[in-house]
Design a binder for this molecule. Structure first.
Ligand SMILES: Nc1nc2c(ncn2[C@@H]2O[C@H](COP(=O)(O)OP(=O)(O)OP(=O)(O)O)[C@@H](O)[C@H]2O)c(=O)[nH]1
Ligand SMILES: [Mg+2]
Ligand SMILES: [Zn+2]
Length: 316
């Protein structure tokens, strides 16, 4: 019997057992070979949005993913709940990670920002921060907000400020997205889908309310999806992340992913040094000399602690 030829494509949406693969023959809902699940038991999803795959087409128009091309990079986190401990691949093969936060409703969470930055740095993926809902910048939150924008801009990460509902700042977002594969990640309710609708109104993504009681979103987007952008490039909308646990980063290497710690790493007496209990530590000295912020040093210790415990706790 003749073996059918394989069709190449990219996974644009993944809902657990079904993966939509965009190919030259259109979008083909596909399953995966059981082998991939057996090969990758420490991962909740062997195939993720952004994966380059080869599929075999079935007579009924569905497909079977036969091959997953090696990934250039990936954004992963430690899965929570019943699958705790295993890695969940949020997206594969991205050029830029945008961490989205709202200035209010919900409140910014620097611990969360730092965790995603660590993951991005560990895979060498450039990252930036998008602050949304500038219209809700009330005096009570203004000081903290100014502190955060200064902190991250000072570390060299691009910081964009927008009002997704009015289009304020959207031109900068379009320019930043152009020609790249971008992923927008953040807690539920910060306005990720609203932002993408502002960038491309034809997307018509579903958006949801933020609870006035808990100040949290209602997990409106349930699966990651990749969309082509009108001016070239792609963007991945992702479901709101409750907890961002670090995976595949060892305690001894964590400090390399805090960009401002790097100049001090070789000043430590012990190599490697975890910069919490060791004497003559260059990083701790830098922290005591105010060259490293409280926020980032505590974030570092918090993540270090969670790596040692192997837990999947939230940012602070
Ligand atoms: N005031 C204000 N509200 C906004 C802004 N952007 C989005 N919202 C509102 O925030 C709520 C949540 O927006 P979504 O786009 O659904 O948030 P999301 O981040 O996609 O949330 P999940 O899909 O649950 O992860 C909606 O009620 C939006 O109208 C903004 O710039 N200002
Ligand atoms: Mg959404
Ligand atoms: Zn040290």
């Amino acid at each position: 019997m003749e073996t059918p030829s394989l069709l190449h494509g990219i996974v644009v949406r993944s809902t657990g057992s079904w993966h939509d693969v965009e190919t030259a023959d259109g979008r083909i809902p596909s399953t995966i070979r059981g082998k991939f699940r057996l090969d990758q038991q420490d991962v909740t999803n062997p195939v993720a949005v952004g994966d380059q795959v080869s599929i075999q087409k079935n007579a009924d128009g569905t497909g079977v993913i036969m091959e997953i091309k090696p990934r250039r990079n990936k954004l992963i986190r430690r899965a929570a709940g019943r699958r705790a401990g295993r890695a969940q691949v949020i997206v594969a093969n991205v050029d830029f990670v945008w961490i989205m936060q709202s200035v209010n409703m919900p409140t910014p969470n620097p611990g969360f920002i730092d965790r995603v930055l660590v993951m991005a740095e560990s895979f060498d993926i450039p990252a930036g921060i998008i602050f949304n809902k500038l219209d809700l910048l009330h005096p009570s939150v203004a000081d903290n907000y100014a502190y955060l924008t200064d902190l991250y801009a000072g570390l060299g990460y691009p910081v964009l400020e927008v009002v997704a509902t009015t289009g304020q700042g959207i031109d900068q977002v379009k320019a930043a997205f152009e020609g790249k594969t971008n992923v927008v990640a953040g807690p539920s309710g910060v306005g990720k889908s609203t932002l993408l609708n502002a960038v491309d109104p034809s997307l018509q993504l579903k958006t949801g309310e933020v609870s006035t009681r808990t100040l949290k979103g209602k997990h409106t987007t349930t699966f990651a999806s990749l969309y082509p952008l009108p001016d070239g490039g792609y963007v991945v909308d992702t479901p709101g992340i409750r907890e961002f646990g670090i995976r595949e980063v060892e305690a001894w290497e964590l400090s390399h992913f805090f960009v401002e710690f790097r100049p001090y790493l070789e000043l430590c007496r012990f190599q490697p040094c975890t910069h919490d209990h060791e004497p003559d530590c260059g990083v701790k000295e830098a922290y005591l000399d105010d060259l490293i912020s409280d926020e980032r040093y505590y974030s570092y210790l918090n993540i270090l602690h969670s790596i040692r415990l192997g837990t999947h706790d939230v940012g602070r």
